[in-house]
Write a protein of this length. Structure first.
Length: 277
């Protein structure tokens, strides 16, 4: 794990795979294949994803460097100093700064939820420097975003007033995404993550997400690189409708849905195959 200061914030990151020992400005992007940059979801981090990965990034390192980092306000990176810094377009600028600092020319981008949104915003800025995209559980967007933003503010206020208890109650009582129905380990891991969270940071994360949306629908057809879109069913915060709309807007994309744990468990191999295509 390494720390680098970019855009007035300290970022914790790790490189795995060929050439991963290179540091910032030392040709870290000089491996055989285009490096893959992965962004985690809201309230998550590299460490929490290691405990409950949707895509096992360690399996992607045989042919590529994989860069994973804690987003601003998350994990071991620096705090959000104001909510607007949590906008996905701002997190994309952080990601681009890290990519440039590490000497990467071309990259493949991917992530889960907030990480998917960050990748889309970054790809529009980076243009043909982006080789391909892996977009996992895209979040609410566009017309459906306003309701979610209101929910984030309610969650921030609840955490400030009552601590972590309302979120723990929700994790225990709300139905999980379809692939995790009946999976008590999934619920327990979610609860453990919440109980370990810093309430001040959580409120800040939720308010940051209140400034966020996917890029405009009119901008996305410009992203003509191959894109793999992975979505699960039964999750109102990550509706299938967003994934399907992205599939319509991105001209070189494919959408894969998971409704069962068996289908979800194929995602890592699908990512390996997609990156090695």
């Amino acid at each position: 794990m390494t720390t680098i200061r970019l855009r007035d914030c300290d970022f914790s990151y790790g490189l795995e795979g060929e050439g991963a020992g290179a540091g910032a400005g030392e040709g870290a992007g000089a491996g055989k294949a285009t490096p893959f940059v992965w962004g985690h979801g809201l309230t998550s981090s590299r460490a929490s994803e290691d405990r409950m990965p949707l895509v096992d990034c360690s399996r992607l390192t045989s042919a590529r460097q994989v860069l994973r980092y804690d987003a601003r306000g998350h994990g071991e990176s620096g705090d959000l100093m104001r909510p607007a810094e949590g906008a996905w377009s701002e997190l994309a600028l952080d990601q681009i700064a890290l990519i440039d600092a590490l000497g990467f020319d071309k990259v493949a981008l991917g992530g889960a939820s907030m990480g998917t949104a960050t990748a889309l915003h970054a790809a529009l800025q980076l243009g043909d420097r982006v080789e391909r995209l892996i977009l996992t559980i895209p979040p609410t967007a566009w017309a459906s975003r306003a309701e979610q933003i209101g929910l984030y503010e309610q969650m921030a206020q609840a955490v400030e007033a009552q601590g972590i208890a309302p979120l723990v109650h929700g994790a225990k009582t709300m139905p999980p995404p379809d692939p995790f129905i009946g999976d008590t380990d999934y619920v327990e891991r979610r609860v453990e993550g919440l109980e370990a969270a810093d309430t001040v940071r959580l409120a800040s994360m939720f308010r940051g997400a209140g400034h966020a949306d996917l890029p405009g629908e009119d901008a996305l057809p410009a992203l003509t690189m191959p894109a793999l879109i992975l979505a699960w069913t039964g999750d109102t915060g990550h509706p299938v409708s967003t994934a399907e709309r992205l599939g319509e807007l991105l001209p070189n994309s494919q959408v894969v849905l998971a409704s069962t744990r068996a289908e979800l468990d194929t995602w890592t191999q699908q990512c390996v195959d997609f990156l090695n295509d």
